[in-house]
Design a protein around this ligand. Sequence first.
Ligand SMILES: CC(C)(COP(=O)(O)OP(=O)(O)OC[C@H]1O[C@@H](n2cnc3c(N)ncnc32)[C@H](O)[C@@H]1OP(=O)(O)O)[C@@H](O)C(=O)NCCC(=O)NCCS
Length: 227
Amino acid sequence: MTTPAGLTTLPFDAYPLRTDRLMLRPLTDADVDDVFAYQSDAEVVRYLPWPVRDLDESREHTLTRAGFTRLENDRDALILAVELHGEHGDGDGRSDEHQTDERQTDESQNDAGVNDGVRGPVIGDLTVVLESGELAQIEIGWVFHPDYQRKGYATEAARALLELAFAHIGAHRVLARLDPHNTASVALCQRLGMRQEAYFRESEILKGEWGDLAIYALLRSEWEAVR
Ligand SMILES: CC(C)(COP(=O)(O)OP(=O)(O)OC[C@H]1O[C@@H](n2cnc3c(N)ncnc32)[C@H](O)[C@@H]1OP(=O)(O)O)[C@@H](O)C(=O)NCCC(=O)NCCS
């Protein structure tokens, strides 16, 4: 189904999205341990409206978010797990102990046509929110395990996310909301070609304190020009 602005609101068959080193596919219940590995890190959630979670809290949060698979009504969300390709997972990032546990055959992924056998770790996740179906506006967000930050993975995944938003979903404008003091997230927006459109002072309460909010955005025409 498409909205008047041309947005595809029903599930689409773009998955899995593949990049040189990554695979993007819907988050599943089986990803709990990997998600917990970064949701339990205070530095990772510093600028997110999330607490540091224990395993049970991460499980509950992941089960809930694994159900976010459709963009139908405004504020509906899709959550995409960012998985390393097998060949990039070996010896890259986390400890051997952690990686060995994750190198297992995952039948559900075979069923989904996502992977042919050995799965790599989920190193982060991406959020896609239908801001407005009528106006074809999509909000995006990202979080990555610290062991996999500053290796270009977030940029690689977010570029695929823009491709998904513009080419598959049909967005007219993609935006990100972030704390402007989150320099890594600001730099990521800038690498993606997103412009700062707004800066609101103390318009949020983050971790119990007033926080600023920046809006970065990219229009379809701008994305097509730099693609
Ligand atoms: C925001 C966040 C996703 C940004 O991730 P990131 O790791 O900085 O971004 P990238 O993975 O694209 O890495 C970019 C860096 O990797 C470097 N890099 C190393 N190898 C690279 C490669 N092969 N290709 C591209 N870049 C590479 C780049 O030069 C760049 O370095 P720089 O930071 O010194 O400029 C990450 O900091 C994060 O998850 N933060 C916690 C959650 C959060 O705050 N989310 C946002 C809420 S709004």
